[in-house]
Design a protein around this ligand. Sequence first.
Ligand code: NAD
Ligand code: MG
Length: 382
Amino acid sequence: MKKIALIGSTGSIGTQTLEIVRNHPEEYKVVALACGRNLELLEAEMREFHPSFVSVGDEEGAASLRASTRDLGIPVGFGMSGLCEAAAYPDADVTVTAIVGMVGIQPTLAAIEAGKTIALANKETLVTAGHLVTKAAKERGVKILPVDSEHSAIFQSLQGNTGNRIARILLTASGGPFRGRTREELKQVKLADALKHPNWSMGQKITIDSATMVNKGLEVIEATWLFDVEPERIEVLVQPQSIIHSAVEYEDGAVIAQLGTPDMKLPIQYALTWPARVYLPGDRLDFTKLSAIELAQPDRKTFLGLDFAYRAAKEGGILPTAMNAANEYAVAHFLREEISFLDIYDWIEYAMDTASGSKEPSLEEILAEEKAVEERLKARFR
Ligand code: NAD
Ligand code: MG
């Protein structure tokens, strides 16, 4: 039986992870759960899965959850220390990082320190602290298994090819809800339009990131760390039907890809069952009914998220943190309808242009830059 700690249990990835656990009660046991503010759902999860420990965003939430779940007798933590305790819960074999944002850095590092296998959905952690996370995982002999669908596809395409050099990674993108629009047209788009992703139902932050293509940019950086490949060898291709989930090109020109219907449960489950594959209910690809699998170059002049990320990946140091922190801050404002869609790009660019720091920033420097970015953006734009 595999014991699971799940941080971000009430979100899109979190609830789909629990669906997999629900389908395989003999294989998996949830030992720790953590979320931010959705106490009602967390309580339902506690009643269904009986974890040994849970944690929530703040002290007030913890007090209220303790009161409503007194009959269960499950200890409730809160804040960063509770989150790290859940992520590194002694009983857990694997920690699923389904939390959103760079708030995931410290719990991920805590889980690695404690020797847990990491099933990583939380890309912002690798983007900002990839050098710290991969180093810690190597030192501790811990595996990081990708949950992000493209990275899972790349990982699947690498199976059986140990020792073979990756010539190129083909990272596919749906293009998001605004594919084909001009910059002029993007001036007027509303929050509700940006939240309508054509193929995937996901949390709000990543849905906006998909519309700006910042998500694909973050995924380029994520891939450099997961697969030890320079950004120049990662090519982004728009594949609007989201059927080719990504591919690896080898030295002999062979391209190996993973295809399937868009369903996050497959990459989540594969990160839990790897190297085995087990039955997963759901739609299957019917090639006879596919009208087309289109492929196109991304429009990098309109959707600036990719160029920001290539610049950040090449330069390294604190720049990926500046990019990511500015994006998190800007997207939070966009979700409250306080800024326009294109403002997100201006905020990120400004934060990157004004960033400075060491080549290999420490955890403290990364967290300090996150704060500093907010201060710089406040001073410049608010
Ligand atoms: P979401 O917004 O649906 O869920 C986020 C979860 O994190 C929630 O449970 C929330 O309560 C928790 N959380 C947020 N702030 C917290 C805090 N300070 N302390 C404790 N918990 C906190 O997000 P999501 O769409 O599930 O995405 C999660 C991560 O997975 C992101 O990094 C995203 O980029 C990545 N990802 C998601 C998908 C997807 O299909 N949703 C696909 C690929 C990658
Ligand atoms: Mg993805």
